[in-house]
Design a protein around this ligand. Structure first.
Ligand SMILES: CC(C)(COP(=O)(O)OP(=O)(O)OC[C@H]1O[C@@H](n2cnc3c(N)ncnc32)[C@H](O)[C@@H]1O)[C@@H](O)C(=O)NCCC(=O)NCCS
Ligand SMILES: Nc1ncnc2c1ncn2[C@@H]1O[C@H](COP(=O)(O)OP(=O)(O)OP(=O)(O)O)[C@@H](O)[C@H]1O
Length: 274
């Protein structure tokens, strides 16, 4: 089964692309890390308890306010849901305190997301899916790209397009909040270069500066490239022969580790030149 890692930066169009991939003619199952990241911090979960215990004392508005149909102990009696914009203000930004807090939050949420994702991938394999899309905003940062046969980065060339789309979609964010969110993620153009460095068919970039029609065309183009490098008959063959699939997965992981090392070394050399 081909693991397609889908990533980008905030508001560059990952969800729009994953929705296209989940529909005909592709009809691929999509495992959405953002959705899992919400499920693993629902009231009553270990993630929720850890967040409340760490951030609660210093964040008075960490939970949604009670009243107006929201009971003191939350709808299910396990506590009131997290006030996500308030938590976002604590962790998104470039200053040292926010970086530290983001690290703590990631340390709580990411391991739980990885476990949920692993279960979903195994479920897709057992159902006989030939490919599955892992929609993960922080694919490179969390090193999940090492497990993916192909990485697709959804990117925009013009940072203004990204900011406009973010502000239009999330009008509740102030300019500063929006800038903090964009700044909390790596530059999407760098992710695009890193993706292309994986080689043909293993790393493809969907450019999304234009309209929706153009985006659909870009998706057709990159899916054609992926299909050429990883044909359907190959996926079925691997599904029918699990030991070969396992051996190939180990080899693919090792190859991706080497690609990442080469990328990091090249980045260090580039920075040393500056
Ligand atoms: C801080 C939280 C509560 C803010 O929630 P909110 O609903 O306002 O935003 P949402 O979750 O939709 O995130 C919006 C976008 O911000 C970016 N983002 C989210 N978390 C992070 C992070 N830790 N670092 C950098 N960017 C992030 C992603 O592009 C995401 O798509 C939430 O983002 C969170 O719990 N983040 C930590 C978990 C995480 O890393 N999730 C990303 C997928 S695993
Ligand atoms: N080609 C396009 N033309 C016009 N609007 C677009 C285009 N692509 C995406 N959008 C819009 O831009 C906004 C951001 O897109 P989307 O939600 O898909 O991004 P995302 O990368 O998934 O964001 P996030 O990381 O925050 O979840 C949405 O409102 C979406 O409808």
């Amino acid at each position: 089964m081909l693991l397609i890692g889908l990533t980008g930066s905030i508001a560059t169009g990952k969800s729009t692309v994953s929705s296209l991939l989940s529909q005909p003619p592709y009809s691929l199952p999509v495992i959405d890390a953002d959705l899992l990241a919400r499920q693993v911090v629902e009231p009553g979960t270990p993630g929720y308890k850890a967040i409340v215990s760490y951030f609660g004392p210093s964040t008075p508005d960490l939970l949604l306010p009670s009243g107006d149909g929201m009971p003191d102990l939350g709808p299910q009696g396990h506590g009131r849901p997290l006030n996500r914009p308030a938590l976002g203000r604590r962790v998104f930004g470039d200053d040292e305190q926010r970086k530290r807090d983001r690290k703590v939050l990631n340390g709580i949420v990411h391991p739980a997301v990885r476990r949920a994702m692993f279960k979903a991938v195994v479920g897709s394999y057992l159902r006989g899916c030939r490919a599955v899309v892992l929609d993960v905003p922080l694919l490179f940062e969390s090193s999940l790209d090492r497990f993916c046969g192909t990485v697709v980065v959804v990117a925009v060339r013009d940072p203004k397009v990204q900011m406009e789309r973010l502000r239009r979609r999330d009008p509740h964010l102030s300019v500063e909040d929006a800038q903090n969110r964009v700044g909390s993620q790596g530059d999407v153009r760098e992710k695009a270069r890193r993706c292309e460095a994986r080689g043909e068919g293993r790393g493809v970039v969907v450019w999304n500066d234009g309209g929706r029609e153009e985006l659909a065309g870009e998706v057709r183009r990159v899916m054609g490239e992926i299909e050429r490098c990883s044909p359907r008959w190959w996926s079925w063959l691997l599904w029918a022969c699990p030991p070969a699939a396992a051996a190939l997965a180990v080899w693919g992981f090792w190859r991706n580790v080497r690609i990442n090392r080469a990328w990091e070394e090249q980045e260090l050399r580039e920075r040393a030149k500056l």
